[in-house]
Each structure stands twice: as C-alpha cells, then as structure tokens.
Design a protein around this ligand. Structure first.
Ligand SMILES: [Zn+2]
Ligand SMILES: [Zn+2]
Ligand SMILES: [Zn+2]
Length: 341
C-alpha cells in the first residue's frame, strides 16, 4: 500500500493524473454533441487520420501533437464537406479517408526510418511518459474544448438536435457544424496520449452513453458524461498503476474498461428509471425541459414554486404550450394563472 502511494506521488504519475483528469472531462463533453448528431464513430475516423499527422511529426521532428491536430482538423473539415454535400457514397469517401490516414501514417513513419513502436505510443496511448510540455498543451486544449462546449451549449445543441429548425431560427448551422467537427478533431488529439488514437472514440462515446441511461435533459447529460469521463480516466490510470509490477497494463485500456464498467452499472439502473417514468407518465416527454416559467402563485393554491427545467415536475408538450405533470394532473401556465388540464 505504501509502495502504491509512493508511486502515485512520483512526478510522472502526477503528470499522468493531470492529463487524465482534463482529458476525461473535455473529451466526453465534445462526445455529447457527436452522439446527439449520431456521429459516434467520427472520433474513431479522425483518430485514423491523425496517425498520418503523428507520423509526419515524428519524421520531421516537429511536435507530433501539433501535426496531429492539423491532420485531424483537415480530416474533420473534409468529412464535414462530404457530409454537407450529401455526396452519394459518402460513407465510402469516409472509409477511404480513414484507411488512407492509418496506412499513410505507417508508411510515412517507415519512410522516415521510425520504428513502429514509436508510432505505437500514439496508437495505444502512453500517458505515463507524458512530459510537462505535453501536460501543458493537454490542459490548454482541454480548457478550450470545455469553454466552447459549455459556453456554446444552446447553439451547439440546437444545431445537433434539429438542423432545419436551427437554420430557420437564424443560426449559422454551417459554422456550428464545422465548429463541432473541429472540436472533435482537437479532442482526438487531446485523448491521443491518454487512451491512444485507436481507443479515442471509446472515451468520446461511452461516458455519454452512460449519462444517457440516467438523465433525459441534454444539459444534465453533458455534465454527467463529463463526470463519468473524468472518473473513468483517473480511475483507469489508478487501476493500471495498481497492477502487480510483473504486469505491464496500458492505462488507455484500463481507462476504457473502467468506463465500460460504469456503463454496466448505470444500465440496469437506467432501465429501471425509464420503466418507472413510463408508469408515472403515459404522455410523451420533452427531451429538453423549457425555460423556467416566470409565474408566482397569487391564489396560494400550493404551487409556490416556478415550474421549470429543474422544478422536479415532468414537462409534457401539449399543443402550443407546456404542461407540468404532478399529483395526478397536468397543469400549465396561462398568462397570469395556471390552468388544470
Ligand atoms: Zn413544478
Ligand atoms: Zn395543456
Ligand atoms: Zn402545479
């Protein structure tokens, strides 16, 4: 036990823990939008493209992190353009891009006389060899991702949820689509050192799938997936560090397995909650509760709070307004008063 604590306080573990913490928070935040847009595997594709970027970095002795960022962003923009044009056979175009990226990376690394073991660090992650410079880059990029994912949540959610509606309501959907693609590219590079390019998508998607088991509002899914991702990243790293010294467990693998374990715990719980909700509410539920209703209760009928997103009552769409469900009735704000429905 003392050996374990000694290990954790060693400088390389402190660096690894910092990188895992920020990666675990930021990558699932981006993943929330990818899952919402049904593009769960885009991170995987961008990971393949980033391999070429890493190889170019290794061969030219530029920083592989930055060459990977550039390659992944170029790949993300290409994917977004292919998707936007609705090119027939778009999935074939994507496949060509992905396999080209992986093969190109191995080829370039070989040309430059780099052994593939160097490349392997990036394919499977190598968080325990991360330098202070890499930690700094990881933290800065993760902070940028977090600020944009949380700060622009209303716009990004609107575009991910319903393109047509977002366009009609005046949002520049093209800009936000490209922005999500670029955020995905950056998060691939952030996760590269932690879980490796081949498992990037796992950290992007599994925490979101877990959060969706137990939350229905989009905003709560965002926060919950960040919490799960951070727990899995730090927990997985601690698990790998605790393995017997004869073992050589890659932290990337244990991080993904811890994330899966959390999912397996949340799954039956979520199924139970959904069953309970169905029994309680035979009405269609809103994905996203509306904003708080600015309404006080002049008649003192026992409704002394504002019905709204977090009031604890279920929001139910009803024609042109929203009812709140409680105590066996539905009930909606109409101007100055609440009507029973
Ligand atoms: Zn309420
Ligand atoms: Zn109503
Ligand atoms: Zn009420």
């Amino acid at each position: 036990m003392n050996d374990y604590l000694d290990l954790l306080s060693m400088e390389f573990m402190v660096r690894a823990l910092l990188a895992a913490f920020f990666t675990g928070l930021a990558v699932p935040a981006v993943g929330t939008y990818m899952v919402q847009r049904r593009m769960s595997l885009m991170g995987d594709g961008l990971g393949h493209v980033a391999v070429t970027g890493v190889a170019i970095g290794l061969v030219t002795s530029a920083s592989p992190t930055w060459t990977a960022v550039v390659a992944a962003i170029l790949g993300a923009v290409a994917i977004e353009l292919i998707r936007e044009r609705g090119l027939s056979g778009g999935d074939v175009a994507l496949a060509l891009l992905f396999y080209g990226g992986l093969a190109g990376g191995i080829f370039v690394a070989g040309l430059g006389g780099q052994s593939t073991s160097k490349l392997q660090q990036y394919l499977f992650g190598s968080i325990t060899t991360i330098s202070w410079g890499d930690v700094l880059v990881t933290v800065i990029l993760a902070a940028v991702l977090l600020v944009l994912c949380v700060g622009l949540a209303p716009q990004l959610f609107a575009v991910a949820h319903d393109q047509e509606f977002a366009r009609v309501s005046g949002l520049n959907t093209r800009f936000y689509n490209l922005l999500v693609a670029i955020l995905a590219a950056i998060s691939v590079t952030v996760a590269m050192r932690t879980v490796g390019l081949l498992l990037v998508s796992a950290l992007m998607v599994i925490p979101v799938a877990t959060a969706q088991q137990v939350t229905s509002s989009f905003r709560r899914t965002l926060w919950m997936s960040m919490t799960v991702g951070m727990t899995a990243a730090v927990g997985g790293l601690l698990t790998a560090a605790g393995a017997p010294s004869s073992a050589d467990v890659a932290p990337g693998a244990s991080i993904v397995l811890v994330a899966l374990a959390i999912f397996l715990v949340a799954w039956p719980f979520g199924a139970w909650m959904r069953r309970r909700d169905r029994l309680n509410a035979p009405f269609p539920l809103l994905d996203e509760a509306p904003d708080a209703v600015p309404h006080t209760d002049p008649d003192d009928t026992g409704h002394t709070h504002l019905h709204g997103e977090d009031c604890g009552h279920r929001a139910v769409p009803h024609g042109d307004h929203v009812d709140y469900l409680h105590d066996g009735h539905r009930h909606a704000p109409h101007g100055e008063h609440y009507d029973e429905h």
